[in-house]
Design a protein around this ligand. Structure first.
Ligand code: UTP
Length: 301
C-alpha cells in the first residue's frame, strides 16, 4: 500500500441522525406525529436528510429515536401491501416513490430512553459507531440539496482529523439560541479554524455571530468525552460542551461556513418557509403554485 494511502484517515461511512427530541415548539401537532415526519410538500423532512447522507456516500445511517416515534422507522421499511396495491393498478410512479425511502440507506436504530439533550442523543450511537469518525445530521435541520455541505466537511475531517462543524452567520439578536464560535482564518474563504465555542451566549457576550448548525463530523473519541459531560444549558447534555472540552484539550476544530438555504423545521415559521420555497422549486407542482402565490401575495395588506 502506498504510504500516502496508509496515512490518510479512514473514510467516514456512518451518519447518525438524532431524532428523539420532544418537539415542544411544534405542539400540538408533534404530540402524535414526530416533527421529523412533517411533510415538506410530499416527503417527510427526514427523507430529505437521509437523501443528503446517501448523496454524500453515507449509507450506514443510525436513527436515534424513542418510544412514540416508531412511525419514523416504519417509513424507511418496505410496505408490501401498499406496494402490491400500487403494482396491481400499474401506478409505477407512486410505487417507485413508496419504495424509495427503503432503498436509500441501511437504517439502524438506537433508543434514547429520556430526552436528555443532543449530546446524550449522540452518545446513544456509541455502540454502533465505535471509534471511527462519523457524521451527525440533526433530524429537523433541512439543507437545500443544491448546496451540499457534507462532501466538504468530510474532506476537511480527512485532511485535519478532529471535529468539523457547519457554521452559519446569524442575526446578533438570535445568538442565544445556538452554539457560537470564535474563529480565525485558514486562508480558505469557506473554512475557518475554531478557537472557542460557547453554548447559547447572550448577544452582548457572544464572540461572533457564527452559529453551529445541524451538521457535524466528529471523531469517535467524542463518546468518552460525552460520558463525562455534565448537563449544561437547559439542564441538557450539550454536544457543544463536549466539543469545547475537546478543543481545550488540543483537538483541531474546523468550521465550514454555509451561505445557502437551510431551515430549522422544528420551528413553525421556518417550517412554513421551507414548504413554500421547496414547493416553488418543484418541477411538477412549482409552476402552478408560483402563479397562485404571486396572486395571493398581491392580496396581502
Ligand atoms: P432540538 O433542539 O430541536 O430539540 O433538537 P427538540 O426537543 O426536538 O425540539 P423542541 O426544542 O422541544 O421544539 C435538535 C435535534 O436533536 C434531536 C431532535 O429530535 C432534533 O432532531 N434531539 C434533541 C434528540 O434526539 N434528543 C434530545 O434529547 C434532544
Amino acid at each position: 500500500m502506498p504510504a500516502e494511502t496508509q496515512n490518510r484517515a479512514p473514510r467516514t461511512v456512518k451518519a447518525v441522525i438524532p431524532a428523539a427530541g420532544l418537539g415542544t415548539r411544534f405542539l400540538p401537532a408533534t404530540k402524535a406525529v414526530p416533527k421529523e415526519l412533517l411533510p415538506i410538500v410530499d416527503r417527510p423532512v427526514l427523507q430529505y436528510i437521509v437523501e443528503e447522507a446517501a448523496a454524500a456516500g453515507l449509507t450506514d445511517v443510525l436513527l436515534v429515536t424513542r418510544r412514540g416515534k416508531y412511525a419514523m422507522v416504519d417509513y424507511f421499511d418496505r410496505a408490501p401491501e401498499l406496494e402490491a396495491a400500487l403494482s396491481a393498478k400499474g401506478d409505477e410512479e407512486r410505487l417507485a416513490a413508496v419504495r424509495r425511502p427503503s432503498e436509500l440507506a441501511d437504517i439502524s436504530t438506537s433508543r434514547q430512553s429520556v430526552a436528555r439533550g443532543l449530546g446524550h442523543a449522540v452518545l446513544c450511537a456509541s455502540a454502533h459507531v465505535g471509534l471511527e469518525a462519523f457524521a451527525v445530521m440533526l433530524g429537523d435541520d433541512l439543507i437545500d440539496a443544491s448546496t451540499p455541505v457534507l462532501p466538504t466537511m468530510l474532506e476537511i475531517q480527512a485532511e485535519h482529523g478532529g471535529i468539523v462543524v457547519l457554521l452559519a452567520d446569524v442575526p446578533k439578536e438570535v445568538v442565544n439560541r445556538y452554539g457560537i464560535a470564535s474563529v480565525e482564518s485558514t486562508g480558505r474563504a469557506d473554512v475557518v479554524r475554531i478557537t472557542g465555542l460557547v453554548e447559547k451566549p447572550e448577544p452582548s457576550e457572544a464572540p461572533s455571530t457564527l452559529a453551529v448548525i445541524g451538521r457535524y463530523v466528529l471523531p469517535g473519541e467524542i463518546f468518552a468525552v460525552l460520558r463525562d459531560t455534565r448537563p449544561g444549558a437547559g439542564g441538557e447534555v450539550q454536544l457543544t460542551d463536549a466539543m469545547a472540552a475537546m478543543l481545550d484539550a488540543g483537538t483541531p476544530v474546523h468550521g465550514v461556513v454555509f451561505g445557502g438555504r437551510r431551515y430549522d423545521t422544528g420551528d413553525r415559521g421556518d417550517y412554513l418557509k421551507a414548504v413554500v420555497e421547496m414547493a416553488c422549486d418543484r418541477e411538477d407542482l412549482g409552476p402552478a403554485f408560483r402563479d397562485w402565490l404571486k396572486d395571493f401575495v398581491r392580496t396581502l395588506p
